[in-house]
Design a protein around this ligand. Sequence first.
Ligand SMILES: NC(=O)c1ccc[n+]([C@@H]2O[C@H](COP(=O)([O-])OP(=O)(O)OC[C@H]3O[C@@H](n4cnc5c(N)ncnc54)[C@H](O)[C@@H]3O)[C@@H](O)[C@H]2O)c1
Length: 387
Amino acid sequence: MITGKRIVPDPIRWGMVGGGDGSQIGYIHRSAALRDRAFALVAGAFDIDPARGRAFGLELGLEAGRSYPDYATMLSAEAERPDGIQAVSIATPNNTHYAICKAALEHGLHVICEKPLCFTVTEAEELKALSGARGRIVGVTYGYAGYQMIEQARAMVKRGDLGDIRIVNLQFAHGFHATAVEEHIPAARWRVDPRFAGPSYVLGDIGTHPFYISEVILPHLRIKRLMCVRQSFVKSRAPLEDNAVTLMEYDNGAIGTVWSSAVNAGSMHSQKVRIVGSKASLEWWDERPNQLSYEVQGEPARVLERGMGYLVPAALAEDRIGGGHPEGLFEAWANLYNRFALAMTRADTSDEAPMRYPDITAGVEGVRWVENCVRSADAGGVWVDYR
Ligand SMILES: NC(=O)c1ccc[n+]([C@@H]2O[C@H](COP(=O)([O-])OP(=O)(O)OC[C@H]3O[C@@H](n4cnc5c(N)ncnc54)[C@H](O)[C@@H]3O)[C@@H](O)[C@H]2O)c1
């Protein structure tokens, strides 16, 4: 259980790139990092607009000299300080992740990067090699993976509660961009422009979330081949898709589907993970994140609840308030940030104790999945061997 006891001996000196005033994801990074005092925000280059970024840093309480106009200045100035930053989070549009992550690793920093990690598997593998060579960790903010019921699902699959895995049914299908909202919302505009978003919109932006959760729950499954079709229902978004359907064959004979969509009109997030085995199924929805549905064939369906004593230890380890009181996305993110802090501290002390968090490999695999989906879709929706 998380009670506020310190996670690491001293808070990690931490900076941010992006996540400026009015950004969508900046605040949850800060909230998660600072929640359990695992990190201390001491520097930042928060905005593409230098003056706005510096002013925002002051509003966040930074020393005037440590709210920087851009990330390059921050990395070199902080490297000169005896109390310079030890880690940096990157919460900027996708096109900048690769360069900023690379520069931060080259400055000897641990990194927490937004997804998708970068545009290509080649870039992602390069970052992975660099992080290994420098002994620095890269965490990737697949934030939903911090929910405790995902740990429960993972343990139940491992325990054999479902039998043989047959079907993996994933979706992240919201309706917020059912019309051309990018005409008046800047954070939506870059998402539908390949120069900023990369080779995909919804596949990389949202499909990668349930895909990562499926990797957590089903670590033993490998995709053999996949087929993907993608559409731009709002025509001006072409060549980027606002809807995509992916079919995947796994090496154990299981079949999987992923529906990634921003045009599921009327729907909220609607992220769903359903795992079907030969004996039973599990289902988790991000709109009911404290619950996990467990359905055994021939028996009444059960709803497992977060915080209850019948859960596995891994699902209780990050509980904060016990059962009956809902926890949410901010807690899930804080759980991940705590794991990032622990991984950084262990890397610094050469502690080899195994631990799991969305790491650089998860980042690489997300990029790989998108790349394979796009390769299939752009060839007309054909089966492609997964590579
Ligand atoms: N993990 C999640 O659940 C989740 C959710 C939303 C967004 N994201 C990801 O977070 C990233 C940012 O998305 P957003 O929705 O917050 O975007 P946004 O457009 O709302 O905000 C981007 C922020 O980055 C700043 N910025 C841009 N370029 C910069 C640069 N070179 N240096 C410093 N600051 C810069 C902008 O000024 C702005 O403050 C994207 O990669 C997106 O995919 C992840």
